[in-house]
Design a protein around this ligand. Structure first.
Ligand code: G3P
Ligand code: CA
Length: 235
C-alpha cells in the first residue's frame, strides 16, 4: 500500500499533511515526485508548473527556492490546509526515510546527479526506490550510482520492458494496473523483478492488481486499499 503523493484524496498532494495521514492510515510506503527550482533546489511537485497545487504561477524552473518556499500549497485543496508549504527533498527524507518505504519519482531530466547526491546519506535505507517514466533518467541514475534501486514506470507491460529493466540492474517494473495479469507478474518475478502497479483510480483496478499478485501499488486512498486487503484476508 503505497500512498500516491501521500493520502492525496484527503489532503494536499505531496505535503506533510498528506504523507502523515497516509502513515496514520497504515500505508506501507509513500510515493512522491521530484523536480528542481531554477537555482537547483530539489523539491516535491508533480506538475511542471506551480498553478494547480500552489498559489504561484508558471513553470517551477523559472522560480528560485526563496520564491517557492513562500507559496501556499494547501489552500487550493481546502481552506483547512492554508499555509501548508512545499517540501524540499531533503526535508522529506529527514522526516520519512527511516520510517517507511519510499518511491521517489524523478520527474525532470537533468536533475539525476543532484538526486543521487541527496540520497548518499541514505544508502543504508533498503527501502528507497527511484522511479521514472523517462528511461534515460534511470540509465543515468544507475551510471552515477550503481547501488541505487531503480524501477521503470512503463506504459507497456511486456517481456521487452522487463528485459530492459533487467539490462540496467533495475529491481522494479511499474506497469499500469489495468495491464497487470497473473502471468505477466509471474514472468517479471521469475526475472527477479518486483511489480508495483500505478493508475489505481477505483476498486476494480485495485482488485485487478491484487488478483494479478503485484507486490504493491500506488493509491490516493490508502485506507480503501487496506480495507479491501483486509476483506480479502490479505492483511
Ligand atoms: O505511481 C506512479 C505514478 O505516480 C505516475 O504517475 O502522474 O501520478 O506521477 P503520476
Ligand atoms: Ca508520481
Amino acid at each position: 500500500v503505497i500512498a500516491h503523493r501521500g493520502a492525496s484524496s484527503y489532503a494536499p498532494e505531496n505535503t506533510i499533511p498528506a504523507f502523515d495521514l497516509a502513515l496514520e492510515m497504515g500505508a506501507d510506503g509513500l510515493e512522491t515526485d521530484i523536480r528542481a527550482t531554477r537555482d537547483g533546489v530539489l523539491l516535491l511537485l508533480h506538475d511542471q508548473t506551480l498553478d494547480r497545487t500552489t498559489d504561484g504561477r508558471g513553470p517551477l524552473t523559472e522560480r528560485t527556492w526563496a520564491e517557492v518556499r513562500q507559496l501556499d500549497a494547501g489552500s487550493w485543496f481546502a481552506p483547512a490546509f492554508a499555509g501548508t508549504r512545499i517540501l524540499t527533498l531533503d526535508e522529506f527524507l529527514v522526516r520519512y526515510a527511516r520510517r517507511t518505504s519510499l518511491a521517489l519519482e524523478v520527474k525532470a531530466a537533468g536533475i539525476e546527479a543532484a538526486v543521487a547526491r541527496a540520497l548518499e546519506a541514505y544508502q543504508e535505507e533498503k527501502d528507497i526506490t527511484l522511479t521514472s517514466f523517462n528511461w534515460d533518467t534511470l540509465v543515468t541514475l544507475k551510471r552515477l550510482q550503481p547501488t541505487l534501486r531503480v524501477g521503470w514506470l512503463t506504459r507497456q507491460f511486456d517481456e521487452e520492458a522487463m528485459e530492459q529493466v533487467c539490462s540496467i540492474g533495475g529491481v522494479q517494473i511499474c506497469p499500469p494496473a489495468n495491464q497487470t495479469t497473473a502471468e505477466l507478474v509471474a514472468r517479471a518475478r521469475s526475472r527477479g523483478l518486483q511489480v508495483r502497479a500505478w493508475g489505481v483510480s477505483d476498486e476494480a483496478a485495485m482488485a485487478r492488481a491484487v488478483e494479478a499478485g503485484v507486490d504493491g501499488m500506488t493509491v490516493n486512498l490508502p485506507d480503501r486499499l487496506i480495507t479491501y486487503l483486509r476483506a480479502q484476508g490479505l492483511r
